[in-house]
Design a protein around this ligand. Structure first.
Ligand code: ATP
Length: 358
């Protein structure tokens, strides 16, 4: 069993509280993602699990063992770093064999594992070459290969795709997901890229200032963010927010619309409401909207063509909102007055003090 359990883990570097009471339980065999912007503590958390960093407080458990005071070599974890760190004077074969030689694995086992890893990653054709003759994607696979070539209980990946172009990233996302399925090991993957966090893992922990803001399956994080920070960070283009007033019956009123919400247990008064661009429907004025939809008039501020859809920025009172328009038969022009509608259950209500999302 390679469950990873972090109990109240804290770590400071001088005045910077990099980790601030992290509680996490990663299940055996799970593909688990740490998501958050730069500086929230993702790398520090991975390094703490690996044993390279000692926590000031708290415990790290791996496979049912308290490893908090064990050195990295006794933890049975392998880590892939953001930078490739391949040896330029060695062939790909030798680069892959290196971590095994270091651990005094026998030559027959080395051959078997190097060949199996190369096959898993689709880099068999590169084995005889030095790393500098590889493409970026091949090099990244060798870097991943160097971590997974040895059998470990837990694999830690620190932003392994951050230096790749968009197309290669997309390809590698699918490859890493497949790789994890085939290996069946516990994998903890840190990234600031929400697309990676939405597409690959079983669960995501969204980090904020060294602690866990929300830990759920990706779809749950997207559909039911529990905190304003998560609602803001997850979703591309980001969620729209408007100032509103909430009454005791759960009705909200903004400068543009009023509607009933599911916010029953929130204190009445000033609040924020949020709606995702993909949940807004933009239509020429005069077109009928579904009877139970909330609708209001807005002016088109800008239109960006994004290939598959148009991103329409709307002026709504003193605010701007963005909407995704994917009906190619209707095009919008700057200055045009349009009708905007959405289903009221797709509206999020946020307490501005506690930042809790209803
Ligand atoms: P990124 O995505 O940019 O890698 P991150 O989420 O991985 O960021 P960390 O690298 O864990 O964040 O850093 C968390 C905080 O701790 C940052 O403010 C960083 O500057 C600080 N920090 C990390 N390591 C050290 C160190 N060795 N000395 C001083 N400060 C550090």
């Amino acid at each position: 069993m390679a469950e990873v359990h972090l109990r109240d883990v804290a770590k400071a570097f001088g005045p910077t509280q990099a980790l601030d009471g992290v509680e996490l339980r990663v299940e055996d065999g799970e593909f688990f993602c740490l998501l958050g912007p730069s500086g929230v503590g993702k790398t520090t958390l991975l390094r703490t699990i690996a044993g390279v960093e000692r926590p000031d407080r708290g415990e790290v458990w791996i496979g049912g063992r308290d490893v908090t005071h064990l050195p990295p070599a006794e933890r049975d974890v392998a880590m892939v770093f953001e930078t490739y760190a391949l040896y330029p004077h060695l062939t790909v074969w030798e680069n892959l064999a290196y971590p095994l030689r270091e651990r005094r694995v026998g030559p027959i086992d080395i051959k078997r594992r190097v060949e199996r890893t190369a096959e898993l990653l689709g880099i068999t054709h590169t084995l005889g070459r030095p790393p500098q003759t590889l493409s970026g994607g091949e090099m990244q696979r060798v870097a991943v290969g160097r971590a997974i070539v040895r059998e470990a209980q837990v694999y830690l990946f620190d932003e392994p795709l951050s230096h790749l172009d968009a197309q290669l990233r997309e390809h590698m996302r699918a490859e890493l997901k497949r790789l994890h399925r085939e290996m069946g090991s516990t994998l903890i993957y840190a990234t600031p890229d929400q697309l990676e966090a939405m597409t690959m893992p079983d669960r995501v922990a969204v980090l904020r200032a060294g602690s866990v803001a929300q830990c759920d399956p990706p779809l749950e994080v997207y559909l039911r963010p529990k905190r304003l920070f998560v609602a803001r960070y997850v979703g591309e283009p980001p969620m729209n927010f408007l100032d509103a007033d909430l009454d005791a019956s759960g009705k909200v009123k903004t400068a543009a619309f009023a509607c009933r919400t599911k916010a029953r247990d929130m204190v009445a008064g000033a609040c924020l409401v949020g709606v995702r661009p993909e949940d807004l429907t933009v239509a020429p004025t005069g077109r009928p909207t579904p009877p139970d939809a909330v609708s209001f008039a807005a002016e088109v501020y800008a239109v960006e063509m994004c290939g598959d859809y148009d991103l329409v920025t709307l002026t709504v009172g003193a605010d701007h909102m963005t909407a995704i328009a994917s009906d190619h038969s209707t095009r919008f022009a700057t200055g045009q007055t349009v009708n905007v509608s959405f289903a009221s259950e797709r509206l999020y209500v946020i307490d501005p003090v506690t930042e809790r999302v209803a």
